[in-house]
Ligand binder design. Structure first.
Ligand SMILES: NC(=O)c1ccc[n+]([C@@H]2O[C@H](COP(=O)([O-])OP(=O)(O)OC[C@H]3O[C@@H](n4cnc5c(N)ncnc54)[C@H](OP(=O)(O)O)[C@@H]3O)[C@@H](O)[C@H]2O)c1
Length: 265
């Protein structure tokens, strides 16, 4: 089934993990995809993967910490395709250190806020302006949050704050642009098997002096489905939220976590 034929999708952090899987899923549904990341090599491999499967994809180098890169990225999508139907604002810094709140440096705070939160606001700003000026007007945006943004995480206060902030940005903007045909929702991701999660588990394993496998087993005990998610399982939710199947959904925080937070909600 090609639910998104003729549509244009922008995916930040599209070179790896959840972003890669989502880019492939958008293309599978017929959308033309523009991927963004800082490293071009992995992005080129994803673009090639999409092209081999008969889809259309380009990779653009963009650092989400750079306001000018973000503006240029959205303009590039617009210039190339003449419209922007979907945006998946998914990139986030994978270089977060584990620190208690008082040990976080001001530099680290500012770096994470810029890469993870201000970036999502800036992406939305330019994407919304593009979606408002096109005919027919409108589009769908999905922003990646995390279960850590629902309840906070020890040793990850700033990362958690950025992910909570994304939920507030999503809900505010969703109300503001609903009448202009722009739907804005959030993916609240649980644990997914990606390089970011592997690196987070390696850091925890290093700090506790135990093997990563043991950390993964501990994680899985808190997940009712008993396993880490596959990035493709997050991508399904993202594409669905962008599709007309979700035409009456906006301002929603879609939790995809194998039931991890079910007992707390
Ligand atoms: N995996 C999980 O368990 C999990 C759980 C909850 C939430 N999430 C969220 O899911 C999203 C995707 O994470 P993932 O697990 O799929 O990670 P991943 O596989 O490590 O991919 C991260 C992607 O973001 C890009 N990126 C990182 N920093 C960037 C920057 N400053 N500018 C532009 N691109 C940047 C990376 O490419 P470059 O490094 O080349 O730029 C890469 O394409 C993130 O928002 C993350 O917080 C993940």
């Amino acid at each position: 089934m090609h639910r998104l034929t003729g549509k244009v999708a922008l995916v930040t952090g599209g070179s790896s993990g959840i972003g890669r899987a989502s880019a492939v899923a958008f293309a599978h549904e017929g959308a033309k995809v523009m991927l963004a990341a800082r490293g071009i090599d992995r992005g080129e491999r994803v673009a090639h993967e999409v092209q081999v499967a008969g889809g259309e994809a380009q990779i653009v180098r963009a650092d989400m910490s750079s306001p000018s890169d973000i503006e240029a990225l959205v303009e590039r999508a617009w210039d190339l395709h003449g419209r922007l139907d979907f945006a998946f604002n998914n990139a986030a810094s994978t270089e977060a250190k584990l620190s208690r709140t008082a040990d976080v440096t001001e530099e680290e705070f500012d770096r994470l806020m810029a890469a993870n939160l201000k970036s999502v606001w800036l992406c939305m700003k330019h994407e919304i302006l593009a979606m408002l000026r096109q005919q027919p007007q409108g589009g769908a945006i999905v922003n990646t949050s995390s279960v850590n943004g629902l309840g906070g995480a020890r040793m990850g206060a700033v990362y958690s704050a950025t992910k909570s902030g994304i939920l507030a940005l999503t809900k505010s903007a969703a109300q503001e642009y609903a009448r202009e045909g722009i739907r804005i929702n959030a993916l609240v991701a649980g644990a997914f098997q990606t390089p970011m999660l592997v690196s987070a588990m390696d850091s925890i394993a290093g700090a506790q002096g135990i093997a990563r496998d043991a950390i993964e087993a501990q994680y899985c005990q808190f997940i009712p489905q008993g396993r880490i998610g596959r990035p493709e399982e997050a991508a399904e939710a993202v594409v669905w939220l962008c599709s007309d199947a979700a035409s009456y959904m906006t301002g929603h925080s879609m939790i995809v976590d194998g039931g991890m937070t079910a007992s707390m909600r």
